[in-house]
Design a protein around this ligand. Sequence first.
Ligand code: XUL
Ligand code: CO
Length: 440
Amino acid sequence: MTEIFRNLPKVRYEGADSKNPLSFKFYDPDRVILGKKMSEHLPFAMAWWHALGNAGKDIFGDSTADKAFGAAETGTMEHAKAKVDAGFEFMQKLGIRYFCFHDIDLVPEADTLEETNARLDEITDYMLEKMKETGIRNLWGTANMFFNPRFMNGAGSSNSVDVFCHAAAQIKKALDCTVKLGGRGYVFWGGREGYETLLNTDVRFEQENIAALMRMAVKYGRSIGFKGNFYIEPKPKEPMKHQYDYDAATAIGFIRQYGLSKDFKLNVESNHATLAGHTFQHDLRIAGMNGMLGSVDINQGDLLLGWDTDEFPYDVYESTMCMYEILKAGGLSGGLNFDAKNRRPSYTPEDMFHAFILGMDSFALGLIKAAAIIEDGRIDTFVKDRYASYQTTGIGRKIRAGEATLEECAAIAVGNGNAPLPGSGRQEYLESVINQVFFK
Ligand code: XUL
Ligand code: CO
């Protein structure tokens, strides 16, 4: 088979002093951190849609990159196969062990569902061969229920029952493909599950229907042997003005309200959390403390732009706090999917390599620094001590045990006179501890 990324080598770890642009400076897969190999802490995945599908088109301009990968014509089955060849060669060269896909990332959508499904059968047969050859695995699959005009008012939340049924058909087939490829998860990102105006929208009706569709998906998935997690991927807006899975807390509320907790966790994405007005760390913490941190889409937004820019992550403070939350939550059942794309002017195949090297090195550094923060111990000790009065006083212990009454607390307050100040939060000191751990 012809090599697609000719002149681009297998990328290896060369250490922080290397000036070779096509080497890892920090990602050393076999290095052991907190008792586990880096490669196990960091189950990186390639997003089919960005890496193999996105050629740099934006609303002001056409593609800049050539993502035909040698096919005579794009949007054909020949092109779909060329993408498989390119994707597996790329993942092997970067040492990436997982990929994620939407149904229509894999094949061009045909005029009928039957024909699209037949194309999916053909391409997944071809992918399975490559997976066997390379040991590369599927992290998660999903159905694209936002691109086609039929989904203009949503999928599960559509006002039209015919659209709802079409969404169901796509989910059914995407689940078939995910199970066939041995996927570890199945994602619902409700890109158009929301509204443009409340003047035409019955929010309760739409949310009940989304939950009904998810319940059907779980029932069908389990019936065909899907053992992995279902994930909701929160995002507050874009493309819709308001999206129902606004942030981690909202999605967890939805999952609990509709009785989906047994089967669902979250896929938390960095740039989505920041669009919701949170830090990435915030949404990871909310998911983790609720036992709902399943998988993560890693990328980076731009505060000066304010939309979902899906940049490759280079902010090591952010990747560190991400890995800190993941380590604290006991790891991921899913993985770290690069839902990220090259900037439009970085259009060459070599730029794809640079992008993943940047992202993988940023997360390797994040892991190293997060482990160092935990081993240093000052942050964890400070947080624990900050709440010490709930351990050192009788009333504190009673409050924690749920045994105190309002009258009892009030009587203690009266006996104490005015409550003393609660103690300094020491934010600036703690931030300087982080800097010290980073740069010592
Ligand atoms: C869009 C986004 C999606 C999901 C999968 O912002 O993140 O690509 O990850 O549908
Ligand atoms: Co995503």
